[in-house]
Design a protein around this ligand. Structure first.
Ligand SMILES: *Cc1c(COP(=O)(O)O)cnc(C)c1O
Length: 342
């Protein structure tokens, strides 16, 4: 029986090309800056994102954290979306390790934050307040169903940050999905960001790693924090080799998006499944089960090799990635039909 894993794009395994690249990678001590493969990956990432420099980190969480640690002091505050990954799913690291307070503002259903609300939330210079030092957006927005922010959306918040002398960060874990979806160079999408983090290990298919991109100065500071956090890795070219293959193949994310759209339109026809058509922009697909099948659904799909994970309620998230083919989508739709008609 085949297995098709929709639980997350992080579940995807490295491609054969990545495994070959790993085996053949030229290596050195990256803590000393001597790993040529890491250096190449960092240079590629900086160039693609349109930034001066980039640093390889162990995860998206660490990329966001070292950006915060490099740019904020203890007692500072960050304005952040209330449905953002940094606010909800990074173990409170900014506060625990940086002594930085998180000031959440509402994310709308595209993951956007109202720039006027940002302006109002910036703290005045007064002893009562923690100084606002950073503002962050997330693109694509995970909890908003992989929704995409345009360069104009990003600029509207970045402009408020910069007019007030505040750093602007983009959590771009899936920024390449946004770029492919908008058919816009990724550098254009993040041109207003002081720092941007992105994951190699999600839709891009690499086994490990993320990059933080920004100015030489901030990235140098981020390297010191990375070292302190215990992620100074030695022959990290083993990891970076996969990242290089990933960055050479970003255009293939379009296949994941078209697979997600085809899956969504098939699911939308099944009685008991409700999908808002505007909620299928990239490789994440959210739907609601409106009949009593939700609690049984995952187990019964699992019996057919279709993994959708565990959810307490009736809202589901599926992710497409490079291991899922158009033929898998047909198989999956047949499995859903069987589960919902039986
Ligand atoms: C997954 C994710 C992260 C964290 O990445 P990890 O590599 O899992 O630590 C950060 N931000 C967003 C929006 C994500 O989806």
């Amino acid at each position: 029986m085949r297995t098709i894993d929709y639980r997350s794009d992080t579940k995807s395994l490295p491609t054969p090309e990545m495994r070959r690249a790993m085996a053949e990678a030229e290596l050195g001590d990256d803590v000393a800056g001597e790993d040529p493969t890491v250096n190449l990956l960092e240079a590629m990432a900086a160039e693609m994102l349109g930034k001066e420099a980039a640093v390889l980190v162990s995860s998206g969480t660490q990329g966001n954290l070292v950006s915060i640690l490099a740019q904020c002091q203890r007692g500072d505050e960050i304005i952040i979306g209330d449905k953002s990954h940094i606010f909800n799913a990074e173990s409170g690291g900014a506060s625990v390790l940086g002594g930085v307070a998180l000031h959440p503002l509402p994310n709308d259903d595209r993951g956007m934050i109202d720039p006027a609300a940002v302006e109002k939330a910036i703290r005045p210079d007064d002893v009562h307040y923690a100084p606002t030092r950073m503002i962050a957006l997330e693109n694509t927005h995970n909890a908003a169903g992989g929704a995409v922010l345009t360069p104009e959306d990003t600029a509207s918040v970045a402009d408020v940050a910069h007019a007030n002398g505040i750093a602007f960060h983009v959590d771009g874990a899936r920024i390449f999905n946004a770029a492919v979806q908008l058919e816009t160079p990724v550098s254009e999408l993040v041109k207003d960001a002081d720092t941007v983090s992105f994951c190699l290990s999600k839709g891009l298919g690499a086994p490990v790693g993320s990059l933080l991109c920004g100015t030489n100065e901030v990235i140098q500071e981020a390297r010191r924090w990375r070292q302190m956090l215990g992620s100074g890795m030695r022959q990290a070219g083993i990891i970076a080799a996969c990242g290089i293959v990933a960055l050479e193949n970003v255009d293939r994310l379009a296949e994941d998006h078209s697979n997600a759209r085809r899956l969504a339109s098939g699911l939308a026809e099944i009685p008991g499944i409700e999908i808002e058509p505007e909620r299928l922009p990239t490789n994440l697909l959210f739907f609601e089960v409106t009949n009593d099948r939700s609690s049984e659904m995952a187990r019964r799909l699992g019996e057919r090799g279709v993994k959708v994970g565990e959810r307490a309620g009736t809202s589901w998230r599926l992710a497409t990635h490079h291991e899922i083919t158009p033929d898998d989508i047909d198989y999956t739709l047949a499995a859903f039909q069987a589960v919902f008609s039986a």
